[in-house]
Design a protein around this ligand. Structure first.
Ligand code: ATP
Length: 244
């Protein structure tokens, strides 16, 4: 099986309200896959179910052929994760956090090399809480890469980055992709999605309303740009060029 991620009929409800409502998709090895949708559409909930952090009410998920809930330890060694709200100890420095993370993995990459690639060498002795928003965001990408993962999950990774830092992260992701890494990301920036993603799904109210490439989305209606197509799928009531 070449699928790194395999999802079928996934349902997750909170208080009887479905956050994810019966979705299914696959991510192939080496693919950069975008999980798109408006605020509250169900992207983070989907990621949490994929990673075994959240227990789905129904459906099946495998990552690298393994069930993330029963084979979590094994998967943990092979998967990199960057969440929007990462938790870390108070006062811990960048170096200390990287060392502590490295100690968790058998095949860990050299944090110093990764810090240099993400232009964080200068702040390595600083407390994580003293970093700027963009520096912290880049640090979380470094932490996700320390295990030398086969697949990496990135939740809105460029939110809060300045223009240059965003470009730098794109270039690094492109490099990772060329090295064969599978990347699953969420993003609210359609230029980023166009630059990075081989394929996307667009979620609306926990359901998949589009699956395909950026070019296929644009060609699926009278859209001048991918952003127009995205809006028509993700926010049809707000948008004149609704696909409904
Ligand atoms: P954003 O772009 O704002 O990050 P999202 O697409 O990641 O949004 P989710 O965080 O998955 O959306 O939320 C989907 C729905 O599930 C929302 O209505 C949210 O309020 C609800 N939800 C998510 N987590 C919980 C929770 N722990 N308890 C109750 N409701 C939740």
């Amino acid at each position: 099986m070449n699928d790194v991620v395999h999802v079928r009929d996934l349902v997750k409800t909170y208080g009887g309200v479905p956050a994810v409502d019966g979705i299914g998709f696959d991510v192939a090895i080496g693919e950069t896959f975008g999980l798109l949708g408006a605020n509250g559409a169900g992207k983070t909930t989907t990621l949490e179910c994929l990673l075994g952090v959240s227990r789905p009410d129904a459906g099946s998920v495998t990552i690298l052929g393994l069930d993330p809930r029963t084979r979590r330890k094994e998967l943990f060694q092979r998967v990199g994760v960057q969440f929007q709200e990462a938790r870390y100890q108070d006062k811990i420095t960048v170096d200390e956090l990287c060392r502590a993370t490295r100690a968790l993995y058998r095949e860990a990459d050299d944090p110093a090399k990764l810090l240099a690639r993400f232009s964080l060498t200068e702040v390595r002795k600083q407390a994580v809480e003293s970093l700027s928003g963009g520096q912290r965001q880049r640090l979380f990408v470094v932490l996700a890469l320390i295990p030398r993962p086969e697949v990496v999950f990135l939740d809105e990774l460029t939110t809060g980055l300045d223009v240059k830092a965003r470009r730098d992260v794109w270039n690094l992701l492109d490099e990772m992709r060329q090295q064969g890494m599978t990347i699953v990301l969420t993003s609210h920036f359609m230029d980023e999605v166009e630059a990075l993603c081989d394929r996307v799904i667009i979620l609306r109210k926990g359901r998949i309303v589009f699956e395909g490439t950026v070019a296929e989305a644009v060609a699926s209606g009278p859209f001048a740009s991918f952003e127009d197509a995205y809006l028509a799928y993700a926010e049809p009531a707000e948008h004149a060029e609704s696909v409904e």
